[in-house]
Unconditional design. Structure first.
Length: 299
């Protein structure tokens, strides 16, 4: 009798792991059904949050991703403590995710095209931007300049990491300056905004893309809705700070379903390559023409 009772308890404990409830339409679905379509609700198209590994698998060609700077780990320069010490929070985040920072960066190919890929993992301290995260982004940009390829950053962040104070805020300008160097080389930066992209991340590199893509229903903004409402003293529009609202008001370029993002990225890189090839010969011809004119004048 007791054996059967324990067996029922085991089954009861396993049940929640086998089924997923959609927070948008409240449908109850078998988890494998949702995973098969890249963690998107088949009923209402709600895009569940996913970790960095799943995100990379959905974008990079199979087996092509090579992680870089995995040894970089944050330190506690301010000896910061709130309810817990920063050091303790880092230990807990590492135990939870198996990562040393909220960013995974590396080189990959997308339908055969070289790219540098940076992906935020919201599970690591809310995907917050700290000194290590900023350094990984800058190094990815430097690799892209060296290889003459594009950069993709997939954002999922609550903003700058408060435990690093000014060190974290400095990453906003540091990453923006790096992307300016990328732009000067004529290389593309595509920014992908996922749920959520907030705070210092949205106020810096996330909104600097040559192309800015968002997933459906993603929360995107700087301050939270409650703070904004209290500040301006008026009710906010329906769907405020969601990707569809931002698209309608011209703040992003397009909203793309997760399953179509890889092909969209590939298409954009082909367009950038084509444009680069079309402009390069013209530049060479112009230089040659200038040289001939200079020589003629000298004679």
């Amino acid at each position: 009798m007791f054996a059967n009772l324990f067996k029922k308890d085991e089954v009861k404990n396993e049940t929640p792991n086998q089924w997923i409830k959609c927070p948008k339409c409240t449908s109850l679905m078998y988890y494998k059904e949702v995973e098969a379509i890249q963690n998107v609700c088949p009923k209402c198209n709600h895009h569940f949050r996913i970790n960095a590994e799943k995100r990379i698998a959905s974008i990079a060609d199979e087996g092509s991703f090579v992680e870089c700077d995995a040894n970089l780990a944050p330190v506690d320069p301010l000896k910061f403590t709130d309810k817990k010490s920063y050091k303790k929070r880092l230990e807990e985040a590492k135990a939870k995710t198996g990562k040393t920072s909220s960013v995974v960066s590396g080189s990959c190919t997308i339908n055969g095209q070289d790219a540098e890929l940076v992906v935020f993992d919201f599970a690591f301290m809310g995907g917050s931007l700290g000194s290590v995260e900023g350094e990984k982004i800058v190094r990815a940009v430097e690799r892209a300049i060296e290889k003459e390829c594009g950069v993709i950053i997939v954002s999922a962040s609550g903003g700058a990491r408060m435990q690093e104070s000014t060190y974290a805020l400095l990453q906003m300008s540091k990453t923006s300056a790096a992307l300016k160097r990328l732009d000067a080389k004529g290389l593309p930066f595509i920014s992908i905004l996922t749920d959520p992209t907030m705070g210092g991340v949205s106020a810096s590199f996330a909104m600097l893309g040559d192309i800015i893509i968002a997933e459906p229903g993603a929360l995107i903004g700087f301050a939270g809705q409650r703070v904004i409402k209290q500040t301006v003293g008026v009710d906010l529009p329906e769907g405020f700070q969601r990707s569809e609202f931002l698209l309608e008001h011209g703040l992003i370029d397009m909203v793309v379903d997760r399953g179509k993002i890889k092909q969209t990225l590939s298409d954009f890189f082909k367009l950038f390559d084509q444009k680069k090839k079309e402009t390069e010969p013209a530049g060479i011809e112009e230089e040659t023409k200038t040289e001939i004119e200079t020589e003629t004048e000298a004679e």
